[in-house]
Design a protein around this ligand. Structure first.
Ligand code: BGC
Length: 765
């Protein structure tokens, strides 16, 4: 599937400039291949296997007990990960360049997921902007920073469709929708790699191919069972978009996909990825996944694992030391050929050549901090964070708050937390020094907004605690936060109530700690953790105007708040400048325009819950439909695509070409108007449904969107194409992707429940 994502002009401009720079000295495809082949001719089998080996750059007890120096010197390492100390990275690179026989530089890799030092909003938040240029700008800045810090390869973007908020890694992706996900995938690849890889870009890695987000029960790493039609119509499109955008690498997923582990799944890594989509880059396994083909009960032993992963189409082994150990033997026994080995190694050498690693292998440590501490990146972060927030509720226009307010009670464990605001994957915090980014807390952001004599009474606790420690906390030897005693709980509640009573306005900042979302961070409940729910109920009962700011990585069960708290702002994990960005929105300097990239459930028991489900024999059109569950309304709390603004918009006058042939493109036009006195952003969304065909189709599917800024009273006509890219689907009966003639419903509006409707008839060619 091809996407035609929205791109803003400023982004195009800076891409064009960096492109001009890069292109002048960039070798063409033929030159790159010739240079890689010239190297391959000189390489021994061990050196070739070495390029397929990614080693840990730090000692991690249990599986990387030694420094990789000797292996690098012997040419047995192609890439290094999990190291962010630039001095150490340069030292390792010197061993490769100065001391290995062929002087091939290492490809230094790290998870630069949403920023390097200045941390941007988590990917789920950036997807909430419904503005792909947000992702593109953030990842472009992250790429510049990473490159300055000697990281040339990031394991991003995470493109797993997530239909279940219990799954902790929902925070790392763009949510539940293939069309939005594809647009965000495309934008991120362009942000990291520009128009082509060059010494000023970094290599992106689309992960986790494929189906990881469908882990059973939302439990991380569990098996996924996904029929081919769902893979092709829902789970693949973001990956296909990334390949179309030129992504240089992919990472295979951890789990079994339909009983075949992704790292050994030839259908995925070869038939679909290379034969069908024409992918020319390389595939890396997820960490330890090649060796773990044995753990899965798939490979008989490590040698068999190396054989199966290689023949499935996997190039690089991340940290399991399996490929480097067994590949030479497999070759000597004739189980793989020299030509196959060369084909696996070539794209890795080509990436190194395109990235200019042979000419620019090191980072200039003296210049690094100046790049990483750029004020322009901080400013960009603040802007993008505010652009990513979603206003869920604003009864009686309680928001924006007046800057003249004298006394605020700021209550909740996240009110003054610095680290949590950045969410997971902050490279320097994870494996390097504690954060050097100096995050702006929400308390600080609110103080920055108010007059010096305004009083902000902060009750920031008790600290949020995971029942079972996070994997990284264990690796880093962090102490578990103890459970508060009954006396401490009483004390926190009493302080919160007292602060609320003496305030003019109460702001509750609640949600999840950073380590409650992400890898190995699935939850069986979506409730506010700890004592937040009783604390919220207590401070609301005081009767003061109250706003809830959510800081979190997944939709939470906020049924009570949605009924009793007049204003709710979803800030997600907003990043380094998050506190200022939250204050910008709360006090009206920025008008929120984000929309939900996920369906917001009422209760974890509804999961998986997503808007693009099938119609079924008994469609749940009634408002309080109860035949799905008798103990719970089956509708979401907030629909996919939903979000409010301080402005009001109308969407009207939907015009759709009435009839087209299957190979033609219809035009959809719609008017959007700002009907309020405030400037703001509307996100116009187009949904379709095919009434009949060779397979049942979802009740609605997003097929177009655009975020526009409108002045008070201003209106604009937007047009969207509906052609083969949008109308086709892969049918389980015909086994092909095609546009099937028939009648399509078309809706336009501001979320997935839009009711402005027209039809489109598609006739045979
Ligand atoms: C995660 C990947 C990540 C890799 C390297 C794995 O555990 O699943 O997403 O890129 O570690 O850090």
């Amino acid at each position: 599937m091809r996407v035609s994502p929205y791109r803003n002009c400023a982004t195009l401009f800076f891409l064009a400039i960096s492109l001009l720079h890069a292109q002048s000295a960039q070798p063409n495809d033929e030159q790159v291949r010739d240079r890689a082949d010239a190297l391959l001719k000189q390489m021994t089998i061990e050196e070739k296997a070495g390029q397929l080996n990614q080693a840990s750059g730090r000692i991690i007890k249990g599986f990387a007990d030694d420094k990789p120096d000797a292996a690098i010197r012997a040419g047995k390492v192609g890439s290094v990960l999990w190291q962010v100390d630039v001095h150490e990275l340069n030292r390792l690179q010197h061993i490769a360049v100065d001391e290995s026989r062929l002087h091939i530089p290492l490809l230094m890799a790290f998870d630069v997921i949403h920023g390097y030092r200045i941390i941007f909003p988590v990917p789920l938040a950036m997807a909430s902007s419904w503005d792909p240029s947000v992702e593109e700008q953030a990842q472009h800045a992250a790429a510049e920073d990473a490159r300055a810090a000697e990281i040339q390869w990031t394991f991003t973007p995470m493109l797993d469709i997530a239909r279940d908020a219990r799954w902790g890694r929902i925070v790392e992706g763009a949510g539940e929708d293939p069309y939005l996900g594809a647009a965000m995938a495309w934008a991120q690849v362009r942000g990291f790699q520009g128009d082509q890889l060059s010494p000023t870009t970094i290599l992106a890695c689309a992960k986790h191919f494929a189906g990881y987000g469908a882990a059973e029960g939302g439990r991380d790493y569990d098996s996924s069972y996904i029929p081919e039609e769902l893979l092709r119509n829902v789970y693949f499109p973001p990956f296909h978009a990334a390949v179309d955008a030129g992504v240089g690498s992919l990472m295979s997923a951890y789990m079994d996909l339909n009983d075949v582990p992704a790292a050994g799944n030839r259908w995925l890594l070869h038939d679909v990825l290379r034969d069908e989509w024409g992918f020319k880059g390389f595939v890396v396994s997820d960490a330890l996944a090649v060796g773990n083909l044995v753990t899965h009960g798939f490979a008989a032993d490590k040698e068999d694992a190396a054989y199966r992963a290689f023949h499935a189409g996997l190039n690089m082994d991340m940290a399991s030391n399996t490929t480097i150990t067994y590949l030479p033997k497999l070759l000597s026994e004739g189980k793989i050929t020299q030509a196959q080995l060369d084909d696996a190694v070539r794209p890795i050498l080509e990436a190194k050549i395109r990235l200019g690693l042979f000419e620019h292998p090191y980072s200039d440590e003296t210049k690094m901090d100046a790049v990483l501490n750029r004020q322009s990146t901080r400013d960009l972060e603040r802007k993008l964070a505010a652009r990513s927030m979603v206003l869920l509720k604003d009864d009686n226009n309680i928001l924006p708050l007046p800057k003249s307010v004298r006394k605020i009670a700021l209550i909740g464990p996240l009110a003054d937390s610095a680290d949590d605001l950045e969410g997971g994957w902050s490279p320097e915090t994870l494996f390097g020094d504690p954060s050097k980014s100096h995050p702006v807390t929400i308390a600080a952001g609110i103080r920055n907004k108010l007059a010096a004599n305004a009083e902000v009474n902060v009750i920031s606790g008790p600290p949020l605690r995971r029942e079972y420690p996070a994997m990284l906390d264990i690796i880093q030897g962090k102490k578990q936060i103890p459970e508060p005693t009954a006396a401490e709980v009483r004390d926190w509640l009493a302080r919160a109530e007292k602060a609320a009573k003496s305030a003019d306005i109460v702001i509750a900042v609640m949600g999840e700690a950073a380590n409650m979302s992400g890898e190995a961070s699935s939850r069986s409940s979506l409730a506010l953790p700890g004592i937040q729910q009783p604390m919220l109920e207590l401070i609301a009962s005081v009767g003061k105007p109250i706003v809830l700011v959510l800081v979190n990585g997944r939709p939470l069960d906020i049924r009570w708040a949605s009924e009793h708290i007049p204003a709710i702002l979803e800030a997600w994990f907003p990043g380094t400048e998050g506190g200022d960005a939250v204050a910008d929105v709360l006090f009206g300097d920025v008008n929120p325009g984000g929309k939900l990239p996920v369906t917001w459930p009422r209760d974890a028991g509804q999961e998986p819950l997503y808007y693009n489900h099938n119609r079924t024999h008994d469609p749940d059109d009634a408002p309080n439909f109860t035949s799905r569950y008798w103990d719970l309304n089956s509708k979401p709390l907030y629909p996919f695509g939903y979000g409010l603004s301080y402005a009001k918009f109308s969407v009207s006058n939907l015009r759709v070409t009435s009839q087209i042939k299957a190979n033609e493109t219809a035009k959809v036009s719609v008017d959007v108007a700002n009907t309020s006195n405030t400037a703001g952003d509307a996100v116009v969304q187009i949904y379709i449904h095919q009434r009949a065909g060779s397979a049942s189709r979802p009740v609605r599917e997003l097929k177009g969107f655009r975020r526009v800024t409108l002045a008070p009273g201003q209106s604009q006509t937007l047009t969207f194409p509906l052609g083969p890219d949008e109308l086709s689907f892969w049918s389980p009966q015909t086994k092909i992707r095609a546009v099937e003639p028939g009648t399509f419903d078309v809706w336009a509006g501001q979320d997935s429940t839009a009711d402005l409707h027209a039809t489109l008839d598609v006739t045979p060619n």
